[in-house]
Unconditional design. Sequence first.
Length: 502
Amino acid sequence: MTETLVAFDDVLASYDPAMGLEVHVELNTRSKMFCGCPTEFGAEPNTQVCPTCLGLPGAMPVVNGKAVEAAIRIGLALNCEIAEWCRFARKNYFYPDMPKNFQTSQYDEPIAFEGYMDVTVPTEEGDGETFRVEIERAHMEEDTGKSLHVGGATGRIHGADHSLVDYNRAGIPLIEIVTKPIVGAGEKAPLVARAYVAQLRDLIIALGVSDARMDQGSIRADVNLSLSPKGSGTLGTRTETKNVNSLRSVERAVRYEMSRHAGVLDAGRSILQETRHWHEDTGVTTSGREKSDAEDYRYFPEPDLVPVAPTRAWVEELRTTLPENPTQKRARLQAEWGFSDLEMRDTVGAGALLIVEETISAGASPQAARKWWLGEMARRANEAGVEVGELGVTPVDVARVQVLVDEGKLNDKLARQVLDGLLAGEGSPDEIVAARGLAIVSDEGALSAAVDNAIAANPDVADKIRDGKVAAAGALIGAVMKEMRGQADAARVRELILEKLN
């Protein structure tokens, strides 16, 4: 069925949006949540499994201590209270990629609860607006396997010839971070959602508990959204858009669902409480399954696992390992880098703060790092429909490109060609420069001959320069650069032109 969408401004005129975000973080422990199987990404299907994570009869789980430690550190970083005693539960539902037919998770006794994160949303004035996102809980659980639907055009089960299941991911430790309803954001709701996930991802990376690769699914967001009549102060029926895997898509999914909900409500129909699938290519959601409530999962305490009871001394010891507060860190970096409020806002808004920081650490100046990532790389990411951090170009690569520019071996035009080579996987910046022959020509003889050719071909311009109109040298510089395929040192070319004509 074709959805009726309402223009975003019209949605806001009639309705108040409310959001809830559930972010799943796949931990980078070396073994799974309840067994010793490895967790390496990309291994051959079904090679990282054992009787425990396959749910075979008689296999007994054991809690991964490192995963508990990571959960506590995440909870502390989110200003949560840490439970003195908590336990696991069985969440019962059938999926083909769930080998036990239940998920070992936490239900009414999470390890962390009642926290918050302050996020900054860009404003037109450039100073940013802070929203407090309240955290309901952060709990431990295990991931499911992965289904691959073969045949058909969509990669989904409908229209597929058959399905394959890879259980390597089944049992990998997850932390699910659940917000309380986010209300009052109004027109900024899509931006608040994006800013929250972006800042949470940066925090997770700083904690060192996950690589937080959205493109690989090691951090993914479920977006809950509802609309209520403007000023009513109530919450409407929600939908849950599952497994949104980029910051850009988090923002787009919120915006789309707001428009879709309004279309349903304006037509006098009711919102169905359901899960929705996000389609990255078309930017729309489609119906999944009717959403279950907690009682439908028949939770009960996991009988094969002992409760988890972290001591207060251990919790306080872990508190000392936390990274710098994200808000304080942004303020410090802005001062160190000399960025204006607008420059910092754009850097944070693009989800590029961490990657700019790493590029500066690798040797680039703050302005150069910002220029490449928010200019050339952001443009290419936008064309590819991905985040800048998912392009496959590293901060070290970009820093090296800038060093080559600073050393006079490249200009910005040639540097952009090196970036092309990096995106194409042609090697390191130095290897690409050598293979493509991109280095600036500094040979005085070659430069002098090219200048002579440009002067001879443009006598009228040469006369203007002789008469003192130095600005006209730009035309001759352009002619030299064209002859030398952009590989001349423009500053030295200008010097030679003025020397020869004065």
